[in-house]
Design a protein around this ligand. Structure first.
Ligand SMILES: [Zn+2]
Ligand SMILES: [Zn+2]
Length: 370
């Protein structure tokens, strides 16, 4: 048996499709038949050419769900103790903290600098199926996986292992508590998940900022109390003033960069109350520097927290949250368009939002269904 994996050979495509024999999972591993892989904001950075492509191209896609195709020896249950067999749907992590560095030993594996990927992310190396835009994914030993209940669709659960787990980690790391207030800078995949998670954790006030009408509507439906429309508040000063107005002049206890565009961080810091915390989980392209006077951090008592991904122990809790909240959070409305693997180029072209007229950017999020 063979399977297909797609590889981006140059910025903005086209994609190359590679075929490899299916690997036998080693003890502790799982071979997953990928059923749904979202085009995440970070995938779009890769597609735009914001990072140098490795020789031979880049295999991408990480926000995904799939079915067990083959279990390695010793894997009989998921991470919560439910029995696992071929055909069961699961969610799982796509990166593997090393477990032996300073960050891992301090209990902050989300900060591990040595996170591994299967085959180092190189599809030409064993086990070949190293990313989500692929028919299969090789889940390394040491993973966390959770069986998905039948009543939750792939579209609902696929964002859990990237967007949702990461924002839950951010709120945890930032000490977000009942009654706290949050400014979400960007109502894309991360932002919408963060709104829902913060609401569930007892947020007193949530303000979402975006410029795409469909996203602003979704932000309110996901639980934002107020939205700030970039078209109505075109300057950073306008938006900072609006947040101050909504918080009795105090500012928010937390603000988060979930947009990853130049300029948002300095603006978000200005929206913080004294003692506030800035959560940086959106900027994954180098060079978005900004001026900051450390005197402000002393006088205003500010904290700044940044990291990528999450402690994989968050995953069962994240799935549980989605199931508990499904009657009040429209999880199934995040993905608006799906594409077969062969049409992955269309998926990326239509998902691109940078440089698009906000009024015409109808796609909120695309997914590939390999
Ligand atoms: Zn992602
Ligand atoms: Zn580590």
């Amino acid at each position: 048996m063979h399977g297909t994996i797609s590889v981006l050979r140059q910025a903005r495509g086209p994609w190359e499709f590679l075929e490899f024999p299916l690997p036998d999972p080693e003890p502790g591993a799982i071979l997953v038949r990928v059923s749904y892989a979202n085009v995440c904001g970070s995938d779009l950075h890769g597609w735009r050419g914001d990072w140098v492509l490795p020789e031979g191209g880049r295999a991408m896609g990480h926000e995904m769900a799939g079915r067990v195709a083959a279990l390695g020896a010793g894997v009989a249950t998921d991470s919560t103790g439910q029995s696992l067999k071929e055909g069961d749907r699961i969610i799982y992590n796509y990166f593997f903290p090393c477990g032996r560095c300073v960050a891992c030993l301090r209990g902050t594996p989300e900060c591990c600098p040595n996170k591994r990927r299967p085959g180092n992310g190189q599809p030409r190396e064993f086990p070949h199926f190293v990313a989500g835009f692929s028919e299969y994914y090789y889940l390394l030993p040491g993973h966390v996986c959770v069986k998905v209940p039948d009543d939750l669709s792939d579209a609902i659960v696929a964002p859990i292992n990237c967007a949702l787990a990461q924002v839950i980690q951010a709120l945890d790391s930032g000490g977000f508590r009942q009654g706290d207030s949050l400014v979400v800078q960007g109502a894309g995949g991360l932002g919408l998940n963060m709104i829902a998670a913060a609401r569930d954790m007892g947020a007193g006030l949530i303000v979402a900022i975006d410029g795409i009408p469909g996203r602003l509507k979704l932000a309110r439906d996901f639980g934002a109390d107020y939205t700030v429309d970039l078209r109505e508040c075109p300057t950073p000063a306008d938006r900072v003033a609006r947040v101050r107005e909504l918080t009795n002049g105090q500012g928010a206890t937390h603000a988060a960069d979930v947009a990853g565009v130049r300029g948002v961080v300095a603006e978000g810091i200005e929206m913080l109350a004294n003692g506030g915390t800035y959560l940086e989980i959106g900027s994954i392209v180098p060079g978005y520097t900004f001026d900051f006077d450390p005197d402000a951090a002393c006088r205003r008592g500010l904290r700044f927290i940044g990291f990528m991904q999450y402690d994989t122990r968050v995953l069962p809790r994240a799935l549980d949250f989605v199931q508990r909240s499904r009657s009040r959070v429209p999880w199934d409305r995040v993905i608006s368009h799906t594409f077969p693997l062969a049409a992955i180029q269309d998926a990326f072209e239509q998902a691109e939002w940078v440089g698009r007229d906000p009024a015409e950017a109808v796609i909120t999020r695309a997914a590939v269904t390999p």
